[in-house]
Design a binder for this molecule. Structure first.
Ligand code: NAG
Ligand code: NAG
Ligand code: NAG
Ligand code: NAG
Ligand code: NAG
Ligand code: NAG
Length: 435
């Protein structure tokens, strides 16, 4: 009986020409057709929890008093720096030209300020401390069709920091789970229940015409809610709660930094921007072409080669947003490898060995990561020793297991995928034996 089920399964696996609805992380990760990857599916934990979350792609208007986040918000509200929200959600921001040039709020949008002017607020992370090191990361995932990109990173045994949008996590939960299974580091990319793509990017032609619907425009409760619900979405789907976030458009000031900090989130910004996110967007004036983006990559790579990061490493803004941004990342990867000594998740460069609230999930520190790569192991097959305890053997970065993150399965995600291949081979073997 068992054998015939296995043989049937082998046929199913081998005949995979037809679209199959993914049922778990491994089956989603195995899809190679972008249309199949982006075909909606239902994932019971999300369906069941949907009523506890705000409407997707809609700015959070308030946190209900019945939500566990409400008490947390009330507890911090009185101590949030008394800085007025900037602009009005969804309408052109008329205040931007009247904001004092002394930048009292350490508003990044105004002056790229990253060192707060309010006591008790932590500075942003805008560089990684290790010389000749790139804090590698991608904003705005999970893109539903990211398998080609994640497969590439996996083939290079390369881990990254991924800044995930709450609404996308709820819509593409199995894709989000792949990040943890692959050992990437997940951070919050807020505005995540808000519609940053539905108008914001399109109107970002210059400061004067900036219609912003970004973090500093929210009131305290809304800003809290944007971050809080994104954290809850990531926890619901992946089992881990991030401890870092990246403000959309870099739009952060001391009020927003403080709210994030009270939620346990480090603010991670950047000093270099490839502007990959603006390419091919007809609404951007003047237009940003693919060649412009490549030129930005080239400049950044040349800066690295000529020693600009010899005393402190770099963080550059790149995206998981669409095919172009992911493909451009792939096309430039080997050049970045050649230009930097080390490429790693931001948290690894910071020795942040417990990247999540759930401390039983660990990732390498800087030295361990470097040593693992120097060991020449590009293999992601994952020794069995790397799964159960979350130790870091066999993989240079995150080794949290599927078991830890979703409560199903019994070994690390990378191991599961390797085992999946083994399983297919075993079943093919069984098929021949059966005949
Ligand atoms: C939070 O604080 C702000 C500013 O002090 C205040 O206007 C608002 O009413 C407070 N929110 C709640 C829910 O108490
Ligand atoms: C993912 O990328 C594809 C291909 O560029 C794009 O069509 C799609 O809109 C993106 N989806 C998400 C959810 O990011
Ligand atoms: C981008 O699209 C092309 C053409 O569909 C595809 O071959 C390639 O794998 C995609 N790249 C990524 C990173 O998804
Ligand atoms: C990380 O740890 C290494 C030693 O293991 C140390 O040299 C480095 O300064 C640490 N970095 C940070 C940001 O703490
Ligand atoms: C490991 O990956 C690096 C970086 O992509 C590559 O240059 C090298 O050839 C790979 N080594 C092996 C043994 O595959
Ligand atoms: C890690 O801790 C969480 C609870 O915080 C638990 O659900 C999970 O099973 C733990 N995983 C392991 C492998 O201990």
């Amino acid at each position: 009986m068992r054998t015939s089920i296995s043989i049937a399964a082998a046929f199913l696996l081998l005949s995979g020409a037809h679209a199959q609805t993914p049922t778990d992380e491994a089956s989603e990760a195995a899809l190679t057709d972008m249309t199949e990857e982006c075909t909606n599916y239902n994932y019971a934990p999300v369906v069941n929890a949907a009523s506890s979350f705000p409407t997707l792609w809609t700015p959070v208007s308030s946190v209900p008093t019945t939500d566990p986040g409400y008490a947390k918000f009330i507890a911090m509200n009185a101590s949030i720096p008394n800085i007025a929200p900037k602009g009005t959600l969804g309408v052109p921001d008329n205040t931007i030209n009247t904001y004092p040039s002394s930048d009292p709020d350490c508003w990044w949008t105004e002056s790229q300020c990253t060192t707060p002017k309010t006591a008790g607020v932590n500075p942003d992370i805008a560089s990684v401390p290790e010389p000749r090191t790139l804090g590698y990361g991608f904003d705005d995932g999970p893109n539903c069709s990211h398998n080609a990109f994640y497969d590439y990173l996996e083939s290079k045994n390369q881990k990254a920091t991924l800044y995930y949008i709450g609404s996308s996590v709820m819509i593409w939960p199995l894709q989000a789970q792949r990040a943890v299974a692959d050992g990437h580091e997940i951070c919050v990319r807020e505005c995540l229940f808000s519609d940053i793509y539905l108008g914001l990017y399109g109107t970002l032609a210059s400061d004067d015409t900036w219609s912003h619907r970004s973090m500093t425009a929210f009131n305290n409760e809304q800003a809290f809610g944007e971050l809080w619900y994104t954290m809850q979405a990531i926890k619901l789907v992946t089992g881990v709660t991030p401890t870092c976030w990246r403000p959309p458009l870099g739009d952060v000031d001391d009020r927003i930094r403080y709210i994030a900090q009270q939620l346990g989130l480090e603010t991670i910004i950047w000093k270099y921007d490839t502007f990959d996110w603006q390419a091919n967007d007809a609404a951007i004036t003047p237009p940003v072409t693919p060649q412009d983006v490549q030129n930005n990559y080239n400049t950044f790579i040349n800066d690295a080669t000529s020693g600009d990061f010899n005393t402190i490493g770099a963080i550059v803004l790149t995206h998981e947003l669409n095919n172009f941004t992911m493909q451009t990342a792939i096309d430039n990867y080997e050049k970045l490898v050649a230009a930097f000594d080390h490429i790693m998740p931001v948290g690894v460069a910071l020795n942040k060995t417990t990247p999540y609230v759930e401390t039983n999930y660990t990732q390498s520190n800087f030295e361990e990561y470097v040593a693992a790569r120097a060991g020449g192991s590009n293999s992601t097959s994952g020794s069995s020793g790397s799964s159960a305890t979350g130790s870091n053997s066999g993989s240079p970065s995150g080794t949290g297991s599927k078991a830890q993150t979703t409560g199903t399965g019994s070994s690390a995600g990378v191991t599961i995928r390797a085992s999946g291949l083994t399983l297919v081979l075993a079943l093919v073997g069984a098929l021949f034996i059966a005949q």
